[in-house]
Write a protein that binds this ligand. Structure first.
Ligand code: CTP
Length: 419
């Protein structure tokens, strides 16, 4: 399936020897039906000439922020016109310098003024020598770009321009084209759908300063929300207390207790086509909440006894009121009998899928950036290898879309898209 046909794509070329691969990338995108424009940094023009790209794109290349006197464009905001025109931008190769500029929002050349004004997705394919790749700021800058919603196409291991062997080679143009294609195919797959997701922990107050909570970071639920947004869905994220920022393009409702989360979900669930309960909701809440801070010295017999009562099981309520065509997904975090418990929960709570994850394994569970899950549905189990939570979110939505359409889709694991 070609998602590239008719898509408007800006290719950003920065000063790396891999700039020559930018020509192959440009050529291939044109061959696949995309309309391209090219922006280059001054450094890039030392490796390859703007004329090459102007010839392939059949459009003037953006090289200077300020064209020479007498050659000013009619539109002084040409960079905004470019950014609004494009469906996506791909910076390939992206040097350490350009990556650092984007991470801090520095827009001091033709390429970065466009990139910082982009509304469409920005893809970044780093290229540099392995020692530069290992520089501590690099990982931090890449994480920042990801948090801005940019997609990083990881560099590969191999022989580098310096003659050294290591990580840092730009991904091959084919891999970049495939990533762009997959983006456009999936960005429409949930268009006109509404997805409701719960995420994070809940805090059940004991007194004005103390609460009963859990270690959930919210990362899995937020990754699911971002994946749904990137597939074109309207997304409502009902989040318990987390340290994560509100993801862009997603309606985020902040709640604190299980009761508040239940109320927010009740208000939104009827309109949702897909509901995913990824929150680690407290199963019990204190019966009485002290109005004043409990004083240690005033405790009878030096003991604090807190009586707890069960909270409403939000997922169970969702299962009871599930409407025809709605897909309901729950999570099961278990320390033993993972699949059996997941299967029981799926039936009991009327879910279409349970994402089962082990609580006691390294690289899985609450605060890790990776997860190792098994997708349990009525037709069987699909055990996935350890992968980033974002990749996990991708797989969960692939399975959800399969359930919705009954069709088998290609697993991302087969594409090697994890990084
Ligand atoms: N859940 C919920 N409301 C609750 C408790 C849990 O919506 N009050 C949802 C969670 O978001 C998750 C699923 O139920 O999707 C499973 O939660 P989990 O705590 O693993 O299971 P429980 O059903 O609470 O069962 P148990 O604690 O006995 O394993």
């Amino acid at each position: 399936m070609s998602g590239l046909n008719g898509k408007k794509i800006i290719i950003g070329i920065t000063g790396s020897i891999a700039a020559y691969k930018g020509v192959i990338l440009a050529r291939e995108l044109v061959r696949r039906g995309s309309v391209i424009r090219v922006a280059m940094t001054d450094a890039a023009s030392h490796f390859i000439t703007p004329l090459t790209f102007a010839s392939i794109s059949k459009h003037p290349v953006a090289l200077n922020m300020y064209p020479p006197a007498g050659a000013e464009p009619a539109n002084g905001s040409w960079h905004i016109e470019w950014a609004l025109w494009a469906d996506a931008m791909v910076i390939a190769p992206a040097t350490a310098s350009t990556i650092a500029k984007l991470a801090v929002g520095l827009s001091d050349n033709a390429l970065t003024v466009i990139a910082t004004a982009m509304r469409g997705k920005v893809f970044v394919a780093p290229a540099m020598d392995s020692d530069m790749h290992n520089y501590p700021a690099f990982d931090r800058n890449i994480a920042t770009l990801r948090s801005f919603g940019m997609e990083v196409i990881p560099s590969e291991r191999g022989e580098l321009a310096s003659g050294l062997v290591g990580v840092g080679r730009m991904a091959e143009p084919d891999a970049i084209v495939n990533t762009l294609n997959a983006h456009f195919v999936r960005s429409a797959s949930l268009a006109d759908r509404t997805v409701l997701i719960t995420a994070g922990p809940t805090y059940e107050p004991i007194d004005p300063v103390r609460f009963i909570g859990n270690h959930s970071s919210g990362k899995m639920g937020y990754a699911l929300a971002e994946e749904a947004r990137d597939r074109g869905a309207r997304v409502i994220l009902v989040s318990g207390p987390t340290s994560l920022p509100d993801p862009s393009g997603i309606t985020t409702i902040r709640v604190s207790t299980a009761a508040e989360m239940g109320t927010a979900v009740d208000l939104c669930s009827d309109d949702a086509d897909i509901v995913i309960a990824a929150a680690a909701v407290a199963d019990f809440t204190p019966v009485d909440v002290s109005r004043d801070k409990l004083k240690r010295r005033e405790l009878a017999g030096d003991e604090l006894r807190v009586t707890l009562q069960p909270t409403r099981d939000i997922l169970r309520s969702l299962g009871e009121r599930k409407r025809a065509g709605q897909i309901l997904v729950g999570f099961a975090l278990e320390t033993s009998a993972l699949i059996e418990s997941a299967r029981e929960k799926m039936v009991e709570k009327n879910c279409d899928m349970i994402v089962a994850n082990p609580a006691n394994e390294p690289g899985a569970g609450f605060s890790a950036d990776t997860n190792r899950v098994t997708l349990v549905t009525a037709s069987g189990e699909r055990e996935l290898p350890s992968m980033t939570k974002r990749a996990c979110a991708f797989e969960i939505f692939e399975r959800i879309e399969e359930l919705a359409s009954g069709e088998r889709r290609t697993a991302a694991v087969e594409h090697g898209w994890y990084g």
